[in-house]
Design a protein around this ligand. Structure first.
Ligand code: TGC
Ligand code: FAD
Length: 396
């Protein structure tokens, strides 16, 4: 066989050439987000994680807005209207830096903006979406409550009509960006079922308290929202929202970003481990030369590439309008578990260095505990897949 016809050896950073089928535009978006991440995020993220906050969330929002990733998969209202795979690639590159940064973009674009885009009135869309796409306004999404996590249908937050107004009472918990948001998308039980409301965060009766002492997703702001007699005009209701299916349909969008993001976190951990194994010497040679290290690396390559292929396939299904929510459940379930395996193996391969913030592996490892919990826990997605294949719901 001539050299011309010999297949190229796999690239250790993209073993199955997962990215080889990307269009030129998709590859361009990947490269642009990767370069932004290398320049603006990666040099600072360990510091932010250690501080347990994002020191300049408004500056970060504007930077993400300038990059064009906030609501980038939405059409109109200042949004880029990018394809699903392009949006996924952006999530992958951001989460390769830190899950908290992908979360920032997911909550803004896939949860808060998507809810307004899908269920909002023309006036609500025009008032909020262009500013949110530019990062001039920050949104959050309040579904979870202290006693209502996996089972959001049991929510106690209540919205009652009072003349033409609505009055909201309740508590939302674990809300990303809650204490820095300009607008909260709050889901509340009404006499007509669950509905969504746009709550400007300067409305009297609304308070947001930052949650401290987190051991995971530290480069992210997480808050409790307290609503005490929050009086809103009638046009604060998202008119298109109706029933629990409305917030759950927003979750499909954010979960899609996690399918890709987890592949990014896995890739980052594998890549760090490969570098470390090549340079760290013990017993007279690089630890990459030991069979047990190579087995760990082989397992990582497999997980990273399978996660990448899963994300790409789900992205292509989404672009074709053929992506069912159970496809996304499978991707979230599988890719987060794969990323957790890779992160743990990469952590062990780094020895003592692996427990520090000098290397990204343990930061990713603990972040992935959150990623496995939010947007539907591992168990909830297992049950969704179980229901999809057996036809029998086993949630209750
Ligand atoms: P169930 O009776 O099954 O469903 C109620 C209605 O909703 C519909 N539905 C969905 N619609 C769209 N997408 C989905 N994924 C949907 N899942 C269900 C369903 O068809 C039904 O519609 P209808 O018209 O018949 O009334 O509801 P259930 O009470 O039995 O609960 C089902 C379950 C457990 C799957 C669901 O509640 C669930 O997904 N629980 C997990 C909750 C969750 O994921 N919370 C996430 C909060 S947000 C967040 O974590 C942000 S993290 C920040 C970041 O993303 O970075
Ligand atoms: P629970 O629902 O109490 O679950 C506890 C355990 O029980 C889990 O292992 C679960 O899988 C298991 N379990 C529950 N039901 C079943 C069952 N039927 N069968 C088997 N096992 C079951 N929410 C928002 O609304 N907006 C946000 O922006 C947001 N951001 C977040 C950011 C962070 C950092 C974190 C940690 C969470 C965030 N969340 C947010 C909340 C998140 O969605 C919930 O934590 C998640 O849905 C799980 O709910 P829970 O924590 O109450 O756990």
């Amino acid at each position: 066989m001539s050299d011309q016809h010999r297949p190229q050896a796999p690239d250790p950073q993209d073993f199955l050439a997962v990215d080889s089928t990307l269009s030129a535009e998709e590859a361009d978006i990947r490269d642009t987000v990767r370069a932004f991440a290398d320049r603006e995020l990666r040099p600072h993220v360990a510091e932010w994680f250690e501080a347990g906050t994002l020191p300049d969330p408004r500056g970060l929002a504007r930077a993400f807005g300038g990059l064009g990733v906030l609501g980038m998969h939405l059409q109109g209202y200042g949004c880029a209207g990018a394809g699903a795979v392009s949006y996924g690639l952006a999530c992958r590159e951001l989460e390769a830096v830190d899950s908290g940064l992908r979360s920032f973009v997911s909550v803004q674009g896939s949860l808060a903006m998507f809810a307004i885009h899908r269920f909002g009135s023309e006036e609500q869309k025009a008032a909020w979406l262009p500013r949110m796409a530019a990062g001039e306004a920050i949104g959050c999404f309040g579904l979870t409550e202290p006693d209502s996590g996996s089972d959001p249908g049991s929510m106690r937050t209540r919205a009652r009509r009072d003349g033409s107004d609505w009055v909201l009472d309740g508590t939302k918990m674990w809300i990303t960006n809650g204490s820095v948001a300009d607008v909260a998308v709050v889901w509340a039980a009404t006499d007509e079922g669950v509905r969504g409301f746009l709550v400007p965060t300067d409305t009297p009766g609304f308070t947001a308290n930052t949650i401290h002492r987190k051991l995971s997703l530290r480069a992210s702001i997480t808050s409790e929202l307290v609503l005490e007699g929050v009086r809103l005009p009638g046009d604060a209701l998202l008119p298109g929202s109706s029933g629990l299916g409305s917030p759950l349909s927003c979750l499909n969008e954010a979960r899609f970003g996690i399918v890709w993001g987890a592949a990014g976190a896995a890739r980052a951990c594998y890549s760090a481990a490969l570098d470390y194994a090549a340079t760290r010497e013990q017993f007279g040679g690089p630890i990459a030369g030991f069979q047990l290290t190579q087995r760990k690396l082989a397992d990582m390559v497999l997980d990273v590439n399978q996660a990448g292929l899963t994300a790409l396939q789900i992205g292509r299904l989404k672009e074709a309008g053929a992506c069912h929510r159970n496809h996304i459940s499978l991707g979230k379930f599988g890719n987060v578990a794969a990323a957790q395996r890779v992160a743990r193996a990469a952590r062990s391969l780094h020895g003592a260095n692996g427990i520090t913030l000098e290397y990204p592996v343990m930061r990713h490892m603990v972040n992935l505990e959150t990623v496995a919990t939010y947007e539907g826990t591992e168990e909830i997605h297992a049950l969704s897949i179980g229901q999809a294949v057996t036809g029998i719901p086993a949630f209750r």
